[in-house]
Design a protein around this ligand. Structure first.
Ligand code: HEM
Ligand SMILES: *[C@@H]1O[C@H](CO)[C@@H](O)[C@H](O)[C@H]1NC(C)=O
Ligand SMILES: *[C@@H]1O[C@H](CO)[C@@H](O)[C@H](O)[C@H]1NC(C)=O
Ligand SMILES: *[C@@H]1O[C@H](CO)[C@@H](O)[C@H](O)[C@H]1NC(C)=O
Ligand SMILES: *[C@@H]1O[C@H](CO)[C@@H](O)[C@H](O)[C@H]1NC(C)=O
Length: 500
């Protein structure tokens, strides 16, 4: 713990006593609390809050209530609770938490992912849904397939760096699809985007800044450390959003722009300042939101394969049978690859990219199953708990793709939870599905993945909002000379095409 934290908590408790009456609401069950601090700090975060909340389910049930420092948090531990509140009562539960620092000071409240539920959100969302519909994203299949071939080539050349290659590849897909930029021009954007997303994901953890609890702190002078941090964040985010937008705009004017979400969105409206601003932020949001969850999923897959070589073999046999060894798999092959699809589903179930979803906030008080949920409560869908729901046949913590092919004992499809819920359900899901599927099936076709030669591979995932494996070792070996040759040919062919 930082040495300043106890002091800050003390100051902040005094301020709360002076300025804010203690809220007398703790109607839904939750761990015992102490005055002012409440029970929020009872959660041991060293292993991931989602696992703690999932264990607490046995004691407290489907909804668990935390409070303290003037903040209320409700954790939803079952698909039923999530559907009842986030879907059926979407009018109340579609807001996001208010982040004074990330939202107001850094400017992220202009982003589709954080805009308060209301008219402006609806306008953004309408445009995003058009640009990312299941039909619209079909035209990016070739780009996605080309970039998968490039990924395989990069891993072939330097398998030890697979982690970096997967990250870069996922970022390139979003970059190409969002703005239509080629691989050669985008690396400066990608490096910048990665740095910015690190700032964004830490700043949007509820309670990341004391100022989020005590908004009046935003009036503190510029030299205060967190104000400096906020100013730096704003600069990084503005650059992330502005720079590619200016470039694509000039390409559109000069007629050199290729197919992209940017081109689609520009074609939808007039050119006025308000519309420009909206499009700029929608594109920036897609770009920011799209890469990390995609590579988190692919890296989780690689780890699962290293741990379960027998499942890997089964998936590869299916690909050899259906696709053959004379060509590379395409997105169009996926419907004919049921086992590979089950592996992808199992990856998203085994370690969902957003184990606690993306938090919501309630806009009204509401009584659910006899428990009062106050206005302004931060609501977290515990996707991990839903994904780990035990059933009579399969251990929820084991990696068993077969569970999705069992006609007797059914398992909830991750499509029902991995991409969120209700009105703020992930608009990028079709694009993401294609990216993840083609990357995974191309990797399966090209490589055998083994655990490291002389050490145990233990799953170890980051505890951030987006959870992915911490850097790990594994051996990635080409399956055959033919498979490698095919990939190199394909990669060379798509670079020649210089479309990407
Ligand atoms: C495997 C990849 C992905 C996963 C697992 C994923 C998952 C999610 C989840 C759980 C949410 C929160 C939804 C909620 O509040 O209930 C979300 C929101 C969002 N996602 Fe994704 N996502 C992925 C890829 C993408 C891609 C590729 C894009 C864009 C091109 C994208 C754009 C967005 C946006 C803009 C939001 C905010 C929507 C809103 O607040 O209205 N995502 N995503
Ligand atoms: C939190 O959990 C970890 C792992 O389960 C344990 O090692 C640690 O002692 C716990 N910390 C506290 C304060 O209980
Ligand atoms: C919440 O959902 C229930 C069940 O669908 C419905 O009866 C109720 O009217 C909803 N309340 C609000 C405020 O949306
Ligand atoms: C997981 O990673 C953290 C830090 O990166 C490390 O301290 C911890 O020991 C690792 N856990 C396991 C089980 O390897
Ligand atoms: C490799 O490719 C060549 C030419 O396409 C083919 O004749 C040969 O049978 C392939 N080898 C294997 C092991 O698939």
């Amino acid at each position: 713990m930082h040495p300043l934290i106890p002091g800050l908590l003390f100051v902040c408790s005094i301020l709360l006593i002076l300025f804010r009456p203690k809220q007398k609401v703790s109607c839904a069950p939750g761990p015992p609390s102490i005055p002012i601090i409440g029970n929020i700090f009872r959660v041991n975060l060293t292993e991931g809050a989602w696992k703690v909340f999932t264990r607490m389910k046995a004691q407290y049930g489907d909804i668990i209530f935390f409070h303290g420092l003037g903040t209320n948090i409700l954790v939803l531990n079952s698909l039923k609770a999530v559907n009842d509140l986030l879907e059926k009562n979407g009018t109340i539960y579609s807001h996001r938490p208010v982040f004074t620092v990330a939202g107001e000071l850094m400017g992220l409240d202009q982003s589709l992912a954080l805009i308060p539920y209301g008219k402006e959100w609806r306008e953004h969302r309408k445009l995003a849904n058009i640009a990312l519909s299941s039909v619209s994203v079909q035209k990016y299949r070739t780009v996605q397939e080309d970039l998968s071939a490039l990924l395989i080539r990069d891993i072939l050349i330097n398998p030890g760096d697979f982690f970096k290659h997967v990250r870069l590849s996922a970022a390139r897909v979003v970059m190409s699809v969002t703005y239509g930029f080629s691989v050669d021009t985008d690396d400066k954007y990608i490096t910048h985007a990665e740095k910015t997303m690190e700032i964004v994901t830490t700043a949007t953890v509820p309670g990341a800044f004391l100022c989020d609890f005590l908004p009046f702190m935003k009036h503190l002078p510029k030299w205060v450390p967190f104000m400096k941090e906020a100013a730096h964040g704003k600069f990084m985010i503005d650059t992330l959003v502005d720079r590619p937008f200016e470039q694509v705009k000039s390409e559109l004017v000069s007629g050199t722009a290729v197919d992209s979400l940017a081109r689609d969105l520009f074609s939808l409206g007039g050119s006025n300042v308000e519309f420009d601003h909206r499009i700029k932020w929608i594109l920036g949001t897609m770009y920011g939101a799209g890469g990390e969850a995609t590579y988190a999923t692919v890296l989780t897959f690689i780890m699962a394969m290293a741990l379960h070589t027998e499942k890997q073999k089964k998936a590869q046999e299916e690909i050899d049978l259906v696709v053959g060894t004379e060509r590379v798999p395409t997105i169009a092959d996926l419907p004919n690859l049921p086992y590979v699809k089950a592996v992808i589903k199992e990856t998203m179930r085994w370690n969902p990219a957003f184990p606690l979803g993306v938090a919501r906030r309630s806009s009204e008080g509401y009584v659910y199953e006899g428990h009062f949920i106050p206005k302004g409560t931060i609501v977290m869908p515990n996707i991990w708990a839903i994904a780990s729901e035990p059933n009579s046949k399969y251990d929820p913590r084991e990696f068993i793709p077969e569970r999705f092919m069992d006609s007797l004992v059914s398992t909830i499809d991750p499509a029902a939870y991995a991409f969120g819920f209700g009105r703020r359900y992930c608009p990028g899901r079709f694009l993401a599905d294609n990216s993840v599927s083609i990357m995974i099936s191309t990797i399966l076709a090209a490589f055998d993945i083994f655990p490291p030669a002389n050490q145990n591979l233990k799953p170890n995932f980051s505890l951030n909002m987006i959870s992915y494996p911490k850097p790990f070792d594994c051996r990635i070996v080409p399956r055959s000379e033919n498979a490698s040759r095919l990939i190199i040919q394909r990669a060379a062919h798509c670079q020649e095409n210089s479309k990407i």
